[in-house]
Design a binder for this molecule. Structure first.
Ligand code: C2E
Ligand code: MG
Ligand code: MG
Ligand code: MG
Length: 272
């Protein structure tokens, strides 16, 4: 106080800043510990074939269990990416997901998300091979979802990894399509079997003419390239009807089913 207002203000600011920094470091440490301890759980959300309304596969969505809380990816992925721990998370998810394919035959087929870090990890391909063998699971039961990302800067390496994983029978899908910064290049270069149209183009589809034009265009391009289309964030029946009219093959969203732990997913069939 004696030294004047401004100075006091600076000290105060530094103090708040260091507290925030400490909290963020502490959170990063907890996340890292949870991943290292394998304190993660996979939730599964159905992907439905629009024409038949049948569930054709489920997407695995990771959750971290920290101090009796179930923490969603939005809260921890940015921190893990910063710390370079996404490859560790992805390896845990791959191991767990393939074990689930063995333990739960009702999970016909699943989609597994891979980050750029996880995809670029040289341990990934040997791990997939080893887990498929260990649990006697057919690789054709897996679709890997990749987002448009910097990993494409080395397209030759990317294609090599993709073809090694394709040899195991697994498929690829381009996730969150339309939001990346070199969308069409990605579509051209990546040998994927399907394109997942980003949810931001779907949520207002029935009322927004721009979104409708973009979704139709994505559908046309994907179909011309012999790729199936998936719409995420389908939140109501009108959207589903419109997607069917456009010709989109698959849909996913709260209207069709929320992400659930595997036990709840098959709770009914387990009772039978
Ligand atoms: P994503 O792969 O695009 O997954 C879809 C996200 O949208 C999920 O959020 C899902 O719960 C949510 N969602 C599903 N239906 C609807 C809907 O109708 N409306 C709205 N508003 N949202 C819906 P979640 O589980 O929080 O995951 C967020 C993102 O985190 C995922 O986006 C994916 O990019 C990433 N992620 C999740 N699990 C993994 C993982 O195991 N590994 C990696 N590398 N990334 C993961
Ligand atoms: Mg995904
Ligand atoms: Mg997506
Ligand atoms: Mg998304």
């Amino acid at each position: 106080k004696k030294q004047g207002r401004n100075l006091a203000h600076v000290y105060d600011k530094n103090d708040t800043h260091s507290k925030a920094l400490q909290a963020s470091l502490e959170w990063a440490r907890k996340l890292h510990q949870a991943v290292a301890d394998d304190n993660l759980e996979l939730y599964f959300q159905p992907v439905v074939e629009i024409a038949s309304r049948q569930t054709v596969y489920h997407e695995a969505l990771v959750r971290l269990k920290i101090e009796n809380r179930v923490v969603s990816p939005g809260e921890f992925i940015p921190a893990l990416e910063r710390e370079g721990d996404m490859n560790l998370l992805d390896r845990q998810v791959v191991s767990k997901a393939i074990k689930y394919l063995h333990d739960y035959p009702s999970l016909n087929k699943i989609a597994i998300n891979l980050s750029a870090q996880g995809f670029g990890d040289e341990r990934l391909v040997p791990l997939i091979k080893e887990k498929l063998r260990q649990h006697r699971v057919d690789g054709r039961r897996i679709i890997f979802e990749l987002t448009e990302s910097a990993s494409l800067s080395n397209i030759t390496a990317t294609r090599q990894i993709v073809s090694k994983i394709r040899e195991l029978g697994c498929e690829f899908s381009i996730d969150d399509f339309g939001t990346g910064f070199s969308t069409f290049n990605y579509l051209k270069q990546l040998p994927a079997q399907s394109v997942k149209i980003d949810g931001s183009f779907i949520v207002d589809l029935t009322t927004n003419a721009v979104d409708l034009a973009l979704v139709k265009a994505i559908y046309e391009v994907a179909t011309a390239l012999d790729k199936k289309t998936v719409a995420e964030f389908v939140e109501n029946e009108q959207t589903l009807i419109l997607l069917k009219k456009i010709g989109v093959t698959y849909a996913q969203g709260y209207h069709l089913g929320k992400p659930l732990p595997v036990e709840k997913l098959f709770a009914q069939s387990a009772v039978c």
